[in-house]
Design a protein around this ligand. Structure first.
Ligand code: SF4
Length: 106
């Protein structure tokens, strides 16, 4: 199903609770995009994962990514989104991803 896959930007994968791991170069890039300094960005939008291997973007109370807009349903940092987001579902995915992905349902 991944062959010819075209993301419809439904945002459903951004609502699945779980880590969105970010590297230091990615947080620097996102901070710059948001016109924030990196330290301020990290304190406000990231946390250290429980395995202490990386930072992750924070989630809202409902489990959605902090950068998924409630008004447009789109990623507000799309031009600089982390590699983990850009590579889904090609380089990695999770069990049952097809069931929540509108593009996969086509
Ligand atoms: S950074 Fe953007 S693409 Fe990645 S999970 Fe958050 S809202 Fe979705």
């Amino acid at each position: 199903m991944k062959d010819g896959f075209l993301c419809r930007k439904c945002g459903n994968c951004c609502k699945v609770p779980g880590y969105v791991r970010v590297s230091e170069s990615e947080t620097d890039k996102i901070a710059e995009y948001l016109k924030m300094n990196s330290r301020e960005f990290n304190e406000k939008y990231t946390f250290l994962t429980s395995d202490r291997r990386s930072l992750s973007l924070r989630e809202k109370d409902n489990g959605s990514c902090i950068f998924l807009s409630d008004t447009t349903g789109e990623c507000v940092i799309n031009p600089v989104k982390p590699e983990q987001c850009a590579s889904f579902p090609f380089k990695w995915n999770f069990e049952g991803w097809e069931a929540i992905c509108q593009a996969a349902a086509d």
